[in-house]
Design a protein around this ligand. Structure first.
Ligand code: S6P
Ligand code: ZN
Length: 191
């Protein structure tokens, strides 16, 4: 299996390997490189220079549970360590057009969950065993805060939620995570 399964689904077991992000049975796999992250990094000139890079910024391995109403899809995201002009590697970030809650479970490495409701931002530190709760109406982006290790987490979300990426381009995420020595800091989105 390598796409979404067709409902009605029978009960089934899904295994995943936290060390490799391989999901079995496998659903769709997405790979995001610099070219897929247009308009998101603060330093657009540096982004232009690297937009042809083959380096994978993050990948998303989904199970075959489809993104349809009443189903509960899951996926494992792996963000490479890295930064662009100090801004840490991150996911695009999105808002769910049909606002519903979502949970993330940290699997390997260290990261953060940046949330923004259009007015206020919040940051949750994520590491193996941490559950990050995303309330309805909060846009969310994940960040790898480690300089040398991938950050990997499991996401579980309602199949009817949908994904709005334009919302982040229009509204931002309230803050950006940038390298500060061996650590990082959150700076204002436009700063
Ligand atoms: C889906 C969930 C995650 C993200 C994934 C990639 O609702 O939040 O599976 O899709 O982490 O992030 P993005 O912002 O590119 O979808
Ligand atoms: Zn989501």
């Amino acid at each position: 299996m390598s796409g979404y399964a067709t409902p009605p689904l029978r009960p089934f077991q899904i295994t995943f390997d936290a060390a490799t992000a391989v999901v079995d049975p496998a659903g769709p796999v997405l790979t995001r490189r610099m070219a897929d992250l247009e308009g998101l990094f603060r330093d657009q000139r540096a982004w232009q220079e690297l937009r042809g890079s083959e380096k994978v910024v993050y990948s998303v391995h989904s199970s075959p549970v489809p993104e349809t109403p009443r189903e509960l899809p899951q996926s494992i995201t792996t963000i490479s360590p890295g930064e662009l002009s100090g801004e840490l590697f991150m996911t695009k970030g999105h808002q769910h057009p049909d606002p519903q809650g979502e949970i993330y479970l940290g699997l390997t490495g260290t990261g953060g969950l940046l949330l923004f409701d259009g007015a206020e931002h919040a940051w949750l530190d994520m590491s193996p065993g941490t559950i990050g709760y995303i309330p309805p109406g909060w846009a969310h982006r994940s960040v790898n805060v480690s300089a040398d290790e991938p950050y990997r987490f499991l996401a579980v979300y309602p199949g009817s939620a949908g994904h709005d990426y334009q919302w982040v381009l229009d509204h931002g995420m309230g803050a950006r995570a940038v390298r500060l020595g061996d650590a990082f800091e959150l700076v204002p989105y436009g700063g």
